[in-house]
Design a protein around this ligand. Structure first.
Ligand code: HEC
Length: 139
């Protein structure tokens, strides 16, 4: 009896983790389009480069780099929703919400692309619930 209960309990646990595995996916599967990253680059150069640098190496002592070690430290394992919301709600300092949600998300795609995360053929949409399911994996 006990063994039986233990087995069904185990099956339940496995089932749950499988379900969970289906609900999240990694950026390594190509979650944004090349075209979106290109648009993001233009917006980034216009709105963010003055502090974070044209090549994502910051030119402002307080602002973090958005590539290499600082990128890995700040972005690895986070969801796209997390990074999108932080940027949309805090950047540029004192002018948050300066551009629309889609433009913020295009910039996120550009930052990912710059850091060698592969493009695919879908476009990221500013739907926070969906973005919560995509986990950033730095190659
Ligand atoms: C006027 C200078 C300035 C501009 C313009 C600016 N930033 Fe920042 N950014 C900063 C500073 C300073 C910090 C560190 C302090 C902070 O986190 O508030 C920062 C922090 C960040 C962080 C790290 C946040 C965290 O908590 O992990 C990201 C990501 C970021 N900026 C992205 C952007 C993006 C994308 C844009 C353009 C939409 C942008 N920034 C525009 C100055 C700037």
């Amino acid at each position: 009896m006990l063994t039986r209960a233990a087995i069904s309990c185990l099956l339940l646990l496995c089932g749950t983790s499988l379900l969970f595995a289906q609900e999240t996916k990694s950026t390594s599967t190509g979650v944004f389009a090349e075209e979106q990253a290109k648009k993001g680059e233009a917006a980034y150069q216009r709105v963010c480069a003055s502090c974070h640098g044209a090549d994502l190496h910051s030119t402002e002592p307080e602002a973090p780099d958005l590539t290499e070690g600082a990128f890995k430290f700040g972005w690895q394992g986070k969801t796209i929703a997390d990074r999108f919301e932080i940027i949309r709600n805090t950047m540029p300092p004192g002018r948050r919400g300066a551009i629309d949600d889609q433009a913020y998300l295009d910039i996120v795609a550009y930052i990912l692309r710059f850091n060698n995360i592969p493009a695919g053929n879908q476009t990221l949409q500013p739907n926070v619930d969906m973005l919560k399911q995509i986990v950033i994996s730095v190659p």
